[in-house]
Design a protein around this ligand. Structure first.
Ligand code: NAG
Length: 741
């Protein structure tokens, strides 16, 4: 047969093919197809034809091969012909997921360029690297993660034994706000019993809003705090310090408060959906480590994941990918999703799910920050609203059809987004676009209201907007009618400024990614703005962070080289994750990240391939200005990013998040006393550069030895108890519910 096609996902654009019998076509994003050309000579029975595809950029890692190639032919349902189904490993008996790629020439394939100076993280390299760290549980005794501000052990006092239970007493405060934290103690086996150890919770308004004091001594426990957050963190510390076997806790005094007010985790539900169960587990773990912001990325090109009252197409169509080239019932397959509409990568949060999550998070002191990425990264919304347009038009409702339309049908602009879509950007010159944004924000606001958790911060996205609307008659008309906007180049900024102002008028603080915000006119923005700086440090991205913080904005560092959890832990082709910004984001690397010590100027820096920084390099926001952070403008915090293009299962999210999330919490909560200057070199933080003093180096190493032993001897066991899968430091190995991935 000659009228068949094989569809497949391949992120890197295809350059050429070694056969004239077949044609490769790019469809949208990463979706391609192979089909027979006029020269196709057919297959003889049993014949194999091997096609070699040459593609752009690097092809270095497991994630460059997406699964679920599928065949489409007349009279045949789309059939998957290459996948990564779980298989039993003959040696271990565990279920394993096979790799899609065989690395034939790993040495050569490993490097992105000849200058790439990262050592390949073979087992012996990792082993050698960890040789300095002693295995000594004593180092972690009575130690807490994240590290408290001040801790004093009282060795002369006997440990307090909670086997008989606890008897909470509330003085100037109440049970309700700390019920979730008390429940965690109960899950560890600490019953509430009138005859148990007295646990006094005493209101002390003089303490910092998230601070607490924990006194464990003389057979009693006392927690003082100004409010619910402090009490929750005090109880959380108590639960963490408790020996889960003996239910004893050593006598000590802790005085604690966080270094940063914003301690965030970002999870992308848009690229691949992840279950509500996973979200609940993550939120619980975040609370245990005192993280307090969950940035939910709910819409992007590949999916819309939140039910919006009155716009059913967003989730009916936008939350699924299947083989419907007209995109009337679903979006095109992407990211190795294959054609199956029932795949777990499809799905959305119902309104009830979202309300439940908000409440579950709020009682754990976690604020949810919803985000629907716009005006780029909006393909799912656009396709859903185009389907709505067609439906209403077919019903004769031409007014209704255009009410929420996001595209100017006359727009002739040719563009390609970073992820190779030419149809993923809202037209910012249509009133219907703003009507849509307003509607979505209002519906999200209502969900927050019904949860009793006000919407305080809304993330617009605003990253990676590619040359859209330049040839749109609607835009020409708008620019002619309103000279205050500026020229075409300002239209992206105009959208962000207008949506930010709209949010502020509703009492909501706007947030966005630093590149989009880098283009706005600050005097047209509300006073309160939050920016997530995701500029590469190797491209002097800290300059953007400094400049935006100096505008008085809340700056949250989302630095890819340390805080992108979709990047691999180690540089190895079999290690999972994208690697455009770094190939080695492991826990120690994150532990060493000195958020407060980004240099004002770093002419000595080298880029990711160890080439000297050149003045031609541009940070994402095009900044070239060197500007120190003014002392009154410190960073608001840090956030770990779990982008999910390559994470097609909940297990993989856990693998990428843990144990890095614990180090995120450490750096967000605790400012160590070994502040070393941050030196960036060739994609790794080079602790051996001789750049700082021997004393500091020693203090840093000793702090790490304690943390490493705390992880190895205590924290990973707690993750086991919580049913959370995590990476063990062996390339590619991850364990979750008895499966090795
Ligand atoms: C960036 C994109 C994001 C993508 C991620 C993958 C930002 C702000 N934008 O190109 O959509 O998922 O890389 O690492 O990160």
């Amino acid at each position: 047969a000659a009228d068949w096609r094989i569809y497949f996902s391949q992120m890197r654009p295809v350059q050429s093919l070694n056969s004239s019998e077949f044609i490769i076509s790019h469809i949208q994003g990463d979706l391609h197809s192979i089909s027979p050309s006029a020269g196709f000579s057919g297959f003889k029975a049993g014949e194999t034809k091997v096609l070699l595809i040459r593609a752009d950029f690097w092809q270095l890692s497991e994630v460059d091969a997406m699964p679920n190639y599928y065949l489409v032919a007349p009279n045949l349902q789309p059939v998957v012909i290459a996948s990564t189904q779980l298989q039993q490993d003959p040696e271990t008996g565990l279920e394993v997921r096979p790799y899609m790629v065989a690395f034939t020439d790993e040495e050569r394939q490993f490097k992105r360029s000849p200058e790439d100076n990262l050592p390949w993280a073979k087992a012996n390299v990792i082993y050698e690297r960890n040789q300095d760290t002693p295995d000594n549980a004593e180092l972690a005794a009575d130690s807490l993660l994240p590290t408290p501000l001040h801790q004093e052990l009282l060795p002369e006092q006997a440990p307090v034994d909670l086997k008989k239970g606890i008897s909470p007493v509330f003085i100037g405060t109440q049970r309700a706000p700390v019920a979730a934290a008390l429940a965690r103690l109960a899950r560890l086996g600490v019953r509430e019993d009138a005859a148990g150890v007295a646990l006094e919770l005493v209101s002390d308004p003089s303490l910092a809003s998230e601070g607490y004091r924990l006194d464990i001594a003389a057979g009693a426990i006392k927690i003082s705090a100004a409010g619910a957050a402090g009490f929750s963190y005090g109880l959380s510390s108590l639960a963490s310090l408790l020996d889960p076997d003996s239910l004893q806790v050593s006598a000590m005094r802790i005085r604690d408060e966080p270094h940063y007010g914003f301690r965030g985790l970002h999870l992308d539900l848009a690229r691949n959906f992840h279950s509500k169960q996973l979200l609940l587990k993550l939120i619980d773990a975040m609370a245990a480590y005192k993280l307090n912001r969950l940035h939910l990325h709910l819409a992007d090109d590949e999916g819309w994941r939140l039910e919006i009252d009155g716009l059913p197409e967003l989730t009916d169509i936008g939350s699924k990918r299947c083989h419907d080239l007209a995109e009337d019932s679903c979006l095109l397959p992407q990211l190795g999703s294959g054609p199956d509409p029932d795949s777990a990568v499809n799905g959305f949060l119902s309104m009830a799910d979202y309300v439940e999550l908000l409440q579950f998070a709020a009682v754990r002191q976690i604020q949810v920050i919803p985000s629907m990425d716009m005006p780029g990264h909006s393909r799912a919304a656009i396709k859903a609203m185009e389907a709505r347009y067609r439906r209403l038009l077919a019903k004769g409702d031409s007014k209704g059809a255009t009410e929420y339309r996001l595209l100017d049908p006359e727009d002739k602009t040719q563009y390609s987004s970073v992820q190779y879509y030419n149809d993923n950007t809202l037209n910012v010159c249509l009133e219907s676009t703003f009507h849509f944004v307003d509607k979505v924000i209002d519906e999200v606001t209502k969900l927050h209201q019904s949860a009793g958790v006000p919407l305080q911060l809304y993330h617009i996205g605003a990253d990676e907007t590619a040359g859209a609307w330049l040839e749109s008659p609607a835009c020409e008309a708008l620019l002619a009618a309103d000279s205050s906007i500026g020229d075409k180049q300002h239209l992206g900024a105009y959208f962000i400024e207008r949506v930010s102002t709209m949010l502020a008028s509703k009492g909501i603080t706007p947030a966005g990614w630093s590149d989009g915000l880098g283009h706005v006119r600050a005097d047209r923005m509300p006073a309160k703005v939050q920016s997530n700086s995701w500029d590469l440090l190797s491209h002097q991205g800290h300059r953007v962070a400094h400049r935006q913080a100096n505008l008085g904005w809340q700056l949250v560092l989302s630095t890819p080289e340390v805080l992108y959890f979709d990047f691999p832990y180690e540089a190895d082709p079999k290690e999972h994750g994208y690697y455009w910004g770094a190939r080695q984001n492991n826990s120690r690397h994150l532990f060493n990240f000195m958020t407060d010590n980004l240099p004002a100027n770093a002419e000595q820096w080298t880029d990711i391939e160890n080439r000297p920084y050149s003045a031609d390099d541009r940070s994402t926001a095009g900044e070239q200005v060197s500007e120190p952070l003014r002392p009154e403008n410190r960073m608001a915090g840090i956030q770990g990013q779990i982008w999910s293009e390559t994470l097609r299962s909940d297990e993989l999210v856990e693998y990428m998040a843990f144990p890095r999330l614990l180090m995120l919490a450490e750096r967000a909560w605790h400012k160590p006393d070994w502040q070393v200057p941050y030196q960036y070199q060739g994609a790794i933080y080079n602790a051996d550069s001789g750049f700082f003093s021997a004393e500091l180096k020693l203090a840093q190493a000793q702090d790490w030895y304690r943390i490493a032993n705390l992880l190895g001897h205590k924290e990973l066991k707690k993750l086991d108890l919580a049913g959370i899968g995590y990476r063990i430091p062996t390339v590619g190995a991850r364990i979750s519910e008895g499966r090795l991935y």
